[in-house]
Design a binder for this molecule. Sequence first.
Ligand SMILES: [Zn+2]
Length: 84
Amino acid sequence: MTTKNRNSYKCPVCGHNLDSEIWVTGDKDPQPGDISICYYCASANEFTENLNLKNITVHDFKLLDDATKSTILSILREILSKPL
Ligand SMILES: [Zn+2]
């Protein structure tokens, strides 16, 4: 897991610039299939072939490997447990 500062991507759910997204997979420049989590709304998003971000559906989530699913859930728990 890597945290990167990027202003060039917007969350497809809440529209915030992803200046503090948490990258679940991938540790360099984003690649298609990499997953990030929006720190603002806790949505899990995947980079498409065109490097746009799309929200992961429940169906998409179920297709991920167990390690990735576990990482996403632990990040979501941490984000959602923080006070507003
Ligand atoms: Zn968001």
